[in-house]
Design a protein around this ligand. Structure first.
Ligand code: NA7
Length: 553
């Protein structure tokens, strides 16, 4: 399998394309399809050996869609796809989502333009030719007018730097780099580090097989019943029949899912009414708490407390041992870390083979070849599962580290914050576009639909350039600043920035700590449309320089 750090082979002469796309996950796949439909020549690179992006990598036990699920976590651009693919559960598991993406790749013959097991190791802009040149781990060299970075908001694994971790001699797996061969937990003492979505999905599954599971928890989490259930053929039929209307609803809703949001405040309801609604949503499971309960849970402290107390009560009800239950008690504002859907997580602590270590009280001192040593003792283990998440949202762009005008690298440009305009473009990096980058709704929106909508806008931008004989376009730094102010104003009206999370970058030592996602939901797409309607307000353009290299091939 290709490795992102492998040494580059010597590059040959550049092949010329209209567009190079980096990443063959959900966003990159749609980018390829859309650009081809526009009649452009495209080359896609991906380090994995097949399509799927995060769904290709995250194959740990229990991995499944942990948001509003199927059949709406999917592409919407093709009626055929909707007609031909049968979703069978509301929260599809990883293998099903990956199978769907493979089906899409087959259906649209995507693979012929994708180079797999190929890492882009260098991407630089040439001001003279107004083109990007990329060099890859396999010695490919490609030049294109446009560079699409579909590198994934949840792609760069966070590998914790803990004393002795590299000396641990047992099996060690990161949830986001899970082996393709089956992993057996049978008879093994397994430590799981991390209790975000991945850890919380994996722990009950591992506990079914392992001799013992030691959960190493830094921050206790609110988790909600996933309520996964089979999708009936009638439900699929109904979704298909009404898909046009449902798509309209998806486009209009802030989350990109076809749900009805309540516009009631938690504070206007009586305690009994709140309790009744929370009970109903808890029984039903799924993402209802976030999309269909009170609008002010993530805005108002008192409203927030009403739900936080409810969940804390549920944890006390489920977990038999009161001491363990107290260690599991979250104390941050509910929803201000990524909400988690669980399938038997809290129940797992009622098993004899699961123990919880609260790292706030009993921190890890080091790993030894055969154990994890915390302040109060040594815990022998055979396997370590790192469920430590991602350098999210901006991490994969920084790993790519493209070089823009004057050879300035993104790492230099993004030292203090992730400067961008519209969450899509960066000053000094002409003709480069990010999908689901910082400054966009990204992980706060139905991601396949978000990728389609961003990419459609990028397609219009490209047309605009070409129709006017322009060679390059990029935002001004002033428009970046105005956008940053808009992003921050939306975030600061909520409780989100007040909690340490991967949304604020606080999970990665040294990362600028601020809330970088655009919280306006579908307003974002109105903003994109407004900018386009005003002749791409906030951008500066250069006429095409002409000459051999600058011409579209
Ligand atoms: P998350 O949600 O970032 O969770 C990572 C977990 O690992 C979380 O509990 C972290 O604690 C913990 N962590 C990270 N680094 C350390 C160190 N050094 N020591 C102890 N504990 C650590 O990642 P996931 O993969 O679970 O989920 C990411 C998203 O993927 C998810 O939200 C879905 O959208 C899909 P912390 O909370 O930072 O104290």
């Amino acid at each position: 399998m290709a490795n992102e750090n492998q040494a580059p082979r010597k590059s040959g002469p550049a092949e010329h394309y209209d567009v190079v796309v980096i990443g063959a996950g959900v966003s990159g796949m749609y980018a390829l399809h859309h650009l081809r439909e526009m009649g452009l020549s495209v080359r896609v690179y991906d380090g994995a050996s097949d399509v799927g992006g995060t769904w290709w990598y995250n194959r740990y036990p229990g991995a499944r869609v942990d948001g509003p699920g199927s059949p709406f976590y999917c592409y919407t651009f093709s009626d055929e796809l909707m007609k031909e693919w049968d979703w069978t559960e509301t929260q599809s598991d990883q293998s099903t989502v990956l199978a769907y993406l493979e089906f899409v790749a087959d259906r649209f013959d995507l693979r012929r333009d994708i180079r797999f097991e190929t890492w882009v190791q260098d991407a630089r802009y040439d001001e003279a030719t107004q083109r990007w040149t990329v060099e890859t781990s396999t010695g490919d060299r490609a030049s294109a007018q446009f560079l699409i970075c579909a590198v994934g908001a949840l792609s760069t694994a966070n590998l914790p730097d803990i004393p002795g971790i590299n000396e641990f001699a047992g099996e060690c797996y990161h949830t986001a780099r899970w082996p393709h061969e089956p992993v057996s937990f049978e008879g093994k003492r397994v430590a799981v580090l991390g209790t975000g979505s991945s850890g919380i999905q994996a722990i009950p599954e591992i506990a079914k097989e392992a001799a013992h599971v030691t959960v190493l928890q830094r921050t206790p989490q609110y988790a909600f019943p996933a309520g996964n259930r089979p999708l009936t053929p009638e439900e699929m039929r109904e979704a298909r029949q009404n898909f046009e209307a449902l798509r309209e609803k998806m486009l209009a809703h802030p989350s990109g899912f076809p749900v009805d949001t309540q516009m009631h405040s938690a504070l206007e309801a009586t305690p009994e009414e709140r309790e009744a609604l929370y009970q109903k949503l808890w029984q039903r499971g799924g993402f209802g708490f976030f999309l269909e309960s009170y609008y002010d849970i993530a805005i108002n402290e008192e409203a927030n407390r009403s739900l936080a107390d409810f969940v804390r009560g549920k944890i006390r009800e489920i977990v038999h041992d009161p001491e363990t239950a107290e260690k599991l008690m979250p104390d941050h504002f509910v929803m201000t870390k990524r909400p988690i859907l669980e399938n038997g997580y809290f129940e797992a602590y009622n098993r004899d083979n699961v123990t919880l270590i609260d790292l706030r009280e009993d921190p890890i001192e080091r790993f030894t070849p055969s154990s994890v040593r915390t302040r109060t003792g040594d815990h022998p283990i055979d396997m370590l599962v790192l469920a430590t998440g991602f350098d999210a949202i901006s991490g994969s762009m920084l790993r790519l580290d493209p070089r823009g005008r004057g050879g300035v690298s993104l790492k230099e440009r993004w030292q203090d914050r992730f400067h961008n305009y519209l969450g899509l473009t960066i000053a000094g990096f002409p003709n480069l576009f990010m999908i689901h980058g910082p400054g966009s709704p990204g992980v706060f929106y139905n991601m396949p639909l978000g990728a389609e909508r961003q990419m459609d806008w990028v397609g219009h931008f490209m047309r605009h350039l070409r129709e006017r004989g322009l060679g390059a376009g990029e935002p001004t730094e002033a428009s970046e600043e105005a956008w940053a102010a808009e992003v921050s104003a939306l975030a600061n009206a909520t409780l989100f920035p007040r909690t340490d999370s991967w949304w604020t970058g606080a999970n990665i030592p040294g990362k600028p700590r601020y809330f970088s996602a655009y919280l306006g939901g579908s307003i974002y797409y109105q903003r994109l449309a407004e900018v386009a309607a005003k002749d791409y307000e906030g951008f500066v353009f250069e006429p095409a320089h002409g000459g051999e290299d600058a011409k579209a091939p």
